[in-house]
Design a protein around this ligand. Structure first.
Ligand code: NAD
Length: 439
């Protein structure tokens, strides 16, 4: 694979596995090796003490054959061009997999957002839009929240873009506050979408919820939503964790009490950009002492039916994959399993439902937000969730069928399914074969 894919070493390995099952032209494969456009900007920001600080920002549109670019903006000290390009590449596949009329994009600024005041964050966010305004737009490239960015920041970004354009342009950013054109259900979309997929897929195995034990790693934004929906649907949540550690109760945890405890003790960090910032520094699930305390490592190795990693990347690696005893894994986090661990889990016959499918509820409701902004007609929560369920279940079934047809793991099937759509779109714009045959 080409140079640009070497940065996605793990992702590209997975793609290579899928390519041989897809009737994709060489032209299309070649095009997918390179990000279409990569912009790097310097953003001057007046700090509260009067000094000037220059921040480094990025926006990458990896591919826009299927529609305008779509992808979040990350504020993190580790953000760099390589990372943004890789994330834009993932988005290209996620949007194609869900059949959203979008290409893949991503952006970011290199900083520790917790060191900035709220005012400094606002000046930085508006400065970022000033710097990339010619590069984005509702029909060009649409932004969204990602790590350490939230709806308040999306609101500033949409407002700044509208000021530059001298017209209200809500469709340039999704994940906005509801009052600025945000969608109902956007905050809970990732966990809700993952729940729809889990229910639809577990049906195929004829499991009884009351006797299906589930462990959720990472009771954050996404993890908390799916855990709560599973609990309400009658599944037995036996373990949950956060960055401080986990708790286990083989008879099933009292999840509403745990969630209440976490929410009540959530510290509100004013300057912090993340809705969850300050949430996990103190008052963790481990405080609930009637349950057995376990480490995150122990949680991953529990004898449960279903494991839901919803925390961070690289949690199940070659080193600990052999210890995993769950029968089904639903990747709510991005990249919680390394490609080396994939092979180990496969050999143990574990079904791994991949991140680009399971956590795509967020981008799907972002798409609904964009549709609502453009039509001017706003949906209620029931309508949003009905559309979400329909879309997620249709694509999950397609991935399932592809896995059966080619006898490949579900992850490879997801890539095959997305690649078919990308290949078709790229070929529709004209391929070498087409021109050779039409002289
Ligand atoms: P979050 O910050 O709200 O939650 C993360 C949770 O993981 C917190 O409970 C934190 O305490 C916990 N955690 C941190 N380190 C841990 C560790 N070592 N072991 C166990 N738990 C740990 O983040 P989120 O928005 O819920 O995102 C979680 C994952 O889901 C990320 O991989 C993210 O990329 C992915 N994701 C989220 C969304 C979304 O809309 N929120 C969309 C797509 C993908």
């Amino acid at each position: 694979m080409a140079e640009s894919l070497s940065l996605l070493s793990d992702a590209s390995k997975r793609l290579e596995k899928a390519i041989k099952y897809v009737a994709i032209s060489d032209d299309a494969t070649e095009r997918l090796k390179y990000p279409k456009t990569s912009l790097s900007v310097s953003i001057p920001v007046r700090m509260d003490n009067g000094s000037l600080r220059i921040f480094q920002g990025y926006r990458v549109r990896y591919d826009d054959t299927r529609g305008p670019g779509k992808g979040g903006v990350r504020y993190h000290p580790n953000v760099n061009m390589d990372e943004v390009q890789s994330l834009a590449f993932w988005m290209t596949f996620k949007c194609a997999l869900l059949n959203l009329p979008f290409g893949g994009a991503k952006g970011g600024i290199t900083l520790n957002p917790k060191e900035l005041s709220k005012q400094e964050l606002e000046r930085l966010s508006r400065g970022y839009i000033e710097a990339i305004a010619d590069f984005i737009g509702p029909d060009i490239d649409i932004l969204a929240p990602d790590v350490y960015t939230n709806e308040m920041i999306m609101g500033w970004m949409m407002d700044q873009y509208s000021i530059i354009q001298r017209k209200i342009s809500p469709g340039v950013v999704t994940g906005k506050p509801i009052t600025m054109g945000g969608s109902q259900g956007r905050n809970t979309a990732t966990g809700t979408g993952a729940f729809f997929i889990l229910e639809a897929m577990l049906c195929k195995f004829d499991l009884d919820p009351a006797n299906t034990s589930i462990a959720v790693q990472g009771l954050g934004n996404a993890g908390m939503v799916i855990a709560e929906l599973l609990y309400k649907a009658g599944y037995k949540i036996v373990a949950v964790s956060d960055s401080q550690g986990g708790i286990y109760n083989e008879k099933g945890l009292d999840l509403p009490k745990i969630i209440q405890h976490k929410l009540e003790n959530r510290a509100d960090t004013v300057g912090a950009a993340s809705p969850s910032a300050g949430m996990y520094c103190k008052d963790t699930v481990c405080d609930l002492e009637e349950n057995l305390s376990i480490t995150n490592e122990e949680l991953l190795a529990l004898e449960v039916d279903v494991l839901v990693p919803a925390a961070l990347e690289n949690q199940i690696t070659e080193a600990n994959a052999a210890n995993v005893k769950a029968k089904y894994i639903f990747e709510v986090a991005n990249g919680p399993i390394t490609s080396a661990a994939d092979a180990v889990l496969d050999s143990k016959g574990i079904y791994v439902f991949p991140d680009i499918l399971v956590n795509a509820g967020g981008v799907t409701v972002s798409y609904f937000e964009w549709v609502q902004n453009r039509s001017g007609l706003y949906w209620n929560l029931t309508e949003v969730n009905e559309h979400l369920k329909q879309k997620m279940v249709i694509e999950a079934d397609e991935v399932w069928k592809t896995a059966e047809e080619f006898a490949v793991p579900l992850r490879t099937a997801a890539y095959i399914h997305a690649l078919n759509r990308l290949g078709e779109a790229l070929d529709a714009k004209g391929t070498r074969d087409y021109y050779l045959n039409h002289h």
